[in-house]
Design a protein around this ligand. Structure first.
Ligand SMILES: [Zn+2]
Ligand SMILES: [Zn+2]
Length: 298
């Protein structure tokens, strides 16, 4: 199967559901723009950093922005428009981590600049303005578009469960749930109502070993529970990851580049495909990219 036949959401998962990629992007949003800056704040190997930066440039999420230092040209990068459009994904990831993953030192609050208050990040439908949760949506799949099976052949990377650690420990919990594409796909499928092992296997064309590994990990993380009848149900913590997945699907549609629509999340109430609007829980105002006070890197 040729790569251009990959569906938009499958491609989005393939691009983004990778721990190092997400951590590099997250640092870019926090102001890191130099090769050396990522190297220092992520404690990442040169080989891994170079390959991820190459991938991000190739995918149009970062663009090279060389700079001069002591008369020498150094490697620098800036977020492109499509890279910058990932702010919703990163913001919902931060919100989930802050509220669902216990830690010794709490993550900084998400502060809405306009009203000055620490807030949760609420998902609303941009078409009708209503608040939207996972139970308010319907998921439609296009039967003809290839899914993750294509993806796994294109990117024969990690299939087992060890993820690289984030040295600043900024989003360790979130990386467990979206830091690899199979895990993200399994959790996404459970958000669409899939519960039985065989249904996951059929839906995702995933190997039984990888599926077992991810389901076991999600049960250990408290994201899924395994019931007596063998079905896997989302916990509140798992269901709370809906905004992250909704943002990933929305972004994939916005930047599909002609890839066919393989999956649509539709808002039941208004019938429109869900375009995500993120709002402040206190004043109700919709956020834009500059609405939230930035976090200082230590
Ligand atoms: Zn709506
Ligand atoms: Zn507000």
């Amino acid at each position: 199967m040729r790569p251009q036949e990959l569906g938009a959401v499958g491609r989005g998962l393939g691009l983004l559901a990778d721990t190092w990629t997400l951590l590099i992007l997250q640092r870019a949003f926090l102001g890191v723009s130099r090769y050396a800056g990522w190297r220092e704040t992520l404690n990442i190997s040169d080989a891994t950093l170079s390959s991820r930066l190459r991938g991000l440039v190739g995918a149009g999420l970062l663009e090279p922005r060389p700079y001069q230092e002591n008369g020498r040209e150094r490697r620098g990068y800036a977020l492109t428009e499509r890279g910058g459009d990932l702010w919703k994904l990163l913001l919902t990831t931060w919100d989930w981590e802050k509220n669902w993953v216990p830690r010794e030192v709490p993550l900084p609050d998400i502060v809405h600049r306009d009203c000055g208050r620490a807030t949760r990040v609420l998902v609303h439908c941009a078409a009708c303005g209503d608040a939207v949760g996972p139970r308010d949506t319907l998921v439609e799949r296009s039967p003809c578009a290839p899914g993750l099976e294509t993806l796994s052949r294109q990117h024969p990377r990690r299939t087992r469960g060890t993820l690289p650690a984030d040295p600043l420990s900024f989003l360790p919990g979130a990386m467990e749930i979206i830091g690899d594409r199979w895990g993200a796909a399994v959790l996404g499928a459970s958000l669409t109502g899939i519960r039985a092992f065989s249904a996951f296997a059929q839906e995702l064309s995933i190997s039984p070993e990888v599926l077992s590994d991810r389901l076991r990990r999600f049960v250990a993380l408290g994201v899924l529970t395994r019931r007596g009848d063998g079905e896997y149900r989302l916990t509140d913590k798992g269901r709370a990851s809906f905004p992250i997945h909704a943002c990933l699907v929305d972004w994939s549609h916005r930047w599909a580049d002609g890839h066919p629509v393989d999956l649509t999340v539709r808002h039941r109430a208004c019938g429109e495909p869900l375009r995500v609007r993120l709002c402040c829980e206190h004043c109700g105002q919709a956020f834009d990219r500059g609405s939230v006070a930035p976090v200082r890197l230590r």
